[in-house]
Design a binder for this molecule. Structure first.
Ligand code: ADE
Length: 230
């Protein structure tokens, strides 16, 4: 998968995107992750990317013009299969990001992510969005953390990224439930014991216990995930 990020702060991406799982996915050629500085599509001496809102109000807005010009270049030509990249803008007014959306996006060949800053973006720029995504009901200072969050969640769904293919299918949300509790060594720590069933070697019992735990935990912590049938 290829991801192109348009931002005025390209430098914030590299440390995270070159570490751990993302770094390994890039080294292996599974993820082609590139950042682009929006200021390269400005034409004035100060490389201006923002201005005051018409009609007044607090703060600055991102200009639509450099975003249009950057997307003219980045959206470019269709791939061999005739498909274009999917262009995503990050905004609190977007579709709430969840595991289902991550799974949908992980099927795409190329994503272009546009990171807003300041008090938002000139509305006209959104005419170039295929999808707007919100991380949640709060306001970030910019879309950069949202772009990294979405990239991180997608990357671990790409074939060949996780060591154990089963681990993505088994975990929280993929099953519609929260994940069951997990333990590693030692079997007892400061008086806290690992449940006996996990030490029993009885795989059927372990699977049953895990299903029960996942259900109980979801009922207790996130009943909204179970809908009205429970
Ligand atoms: N930009 C600012 N706040 C945001 C949010 N909650 N989600 C996505 N992008 C944002």
């Amino acid at each position: 998968m290829r991801i192109d990020v348009l931002t005025i702060f390209p430098e914030v991406f590299e440390p995270y995107a070159s570490t751990s799982m993302l770094g390994r996915a890039r080294e292996r050629g599974i993820l082609d992750f590139r950042t682009h500085n929006l200021r390269e599509w400005t034409h004035d001496r100060h490389h201006t990317t923002d201005d005051e809102p018409y009609g007044g109000g607090a703060g600055q807005l991102m200009l639509a013009e450099p975003i249009f010009e950057a997307l003219d270049d980045l959206q470019g030509v269709p791939a061999m299969d005739g498909t274009f990249a999917t262009t995503i803008f990050f905004t609190p007014t977007g579709r709430p990001f969840d595991q289902r959306l991550a799974e949908e996006l992980a099927q795409q060949r190329q994503l272009i992510m546009v990171c807003g800053r300041y008090e938002g973006i000139d509305e006209r720029a959104y005419s170039r969005a295929d999808l707007c995504i919100s991380l949640g009901d709060y306001v970030l200072t910019g879309g950069e953390l949202a772009a990294l969050t979405v990239t991180d969640a997608l990357c671990r769904l790409l074939p060949g990224v996780l060591g154990n293919a089963a681990s993505a299918a088994d975990e929280s949300f993929s099953t519609g439930l929260l994940e069951y509790p997990q333990y590693t060594r030692p079997a007892e720590l400061r008086g806290l014991k690992v449940p006996d069933v996990l030490l029993s070697g009885n795989h059927a019992e372990i699977a049953k216990w895990r299903r029960e735990q996942a259900l109980e935990r979801t009922q207790r912590l996130r009943p909204d995930l179970l809908g009205e049938n429970f």
